[in-house]
Write a protein that binds this ligand. Sequence first.
Ligand SMILES: [Zn+2]
Length: 430
Amino acid sequence: MTDTYQVSDFAYLTSLKSEITSTAAVRAHNLSLTLNLIRDRGRITRTEIIRLTRLSAPTVSSLVNILIASDFVREGGIGHSSGGRKPVVLEFNYEARMVMGIDMGATHITIIIMNLKGEVQRRFSCHMDVLSKPEESLQVIRTAVEAILTGTGLSEQDLLGIGYTVPAPLINDKTGEFITHYMPAWKDFCCIATIRDLIKETPIYFENDANAAALAEKWWGCGLGYDNLVYIKLGTGVGSGLIINDVVYRGFNGTAGEIGHTTIEADGRQCRCGNRGCLESYIGIQGILSDGRRALVNDQNWTGRLDELNVKGVVQAALEGNAECEKIITTAGYYLGIGLANIINLVDPGLLILGGELADAGQMLLEPARQSLVERTVGFNTQTDNLMIGDLGSDAIAIGAATLVIMNSFHESNIYTALRSKEQNALINA
Ligand SMILES: [Zn+2]
């Protein structure tokens, strides 16, 4: 007997293999569809799932059994009947797993643990010179992750995944490698290595900080229901996260949304990127605060503690009559408006959301920004409130990082891993 196959055998084996592959892919798609529907609705009956997904009753029944066994879905009482037997209601279990979000900013580190409903359960935050101290920063993150897991009593298996944001455009969303042009100290450091020896198997997803914040506001904040929105992060760096037609837009090189380095004055101020007249050189937080310190150098309220000055301090001084401080904020608003006008003229989003420390200036910043953007745009409607400060405040990026985990884990390409994480592998493959 020989072990060579006839051509017809080979064709048969190939078709069998592709059939098996496509069956798994179809099931992954259906599991993702059903799980996201239940998560989105919170409570739903099997009959409604059949109607909305157009899947057959036996298919839905089998999918729901897998989701119940994985603990993401549970039976939650009896629903209303339109005649006949009352249906069992299925509900999403928002506590089935926890998600972790790590926001590694330029000057801070924030880490949160969140349930699947977007509710923060535990939070850690500290100031850190991340920009110039990569090794120390990574060590702080590692120690904090370890402490949070110990403090909450969570094991790696309780986590659906970890989302990790970096304050620069990403080169590789698997390793967290990012463009170090603005952060040269990071040239030889890699984010994933630091926590991979601590977190062995749990998926880790990387994202740029402004993109994550845009996602967070879309899922849990003022962006709910918008398919087109832009989140503008007003921090040490100025960046934006673009959500276009419901997905994060990254561009060809992953650098889309770098609004901070668009030119607003042809021969303007020197920027840290090497160019002149960038938006960031006018509204970046470091510049605002150094102008603020200069304005308040003779102010008795700030004697001896000017290095504690923040945006709220500058605004407060302005409200108390310091004309120079008022000018700092309104000038920033004026330039911000030009930047926003450029975004609107380019992508026409339904909503512009401001976040980051400068957003703490509130109306004092918003008014001049609105004025200068109205002068420069066609069709921007100031009557409908489509320029606003984000709902999620300074945690938006960390919440976005954690949200990234939910979004990716329940996608059909990762659904088996998500369900498997609590020993459901056998059931899926049965
Ligand atoms: Zn620049």
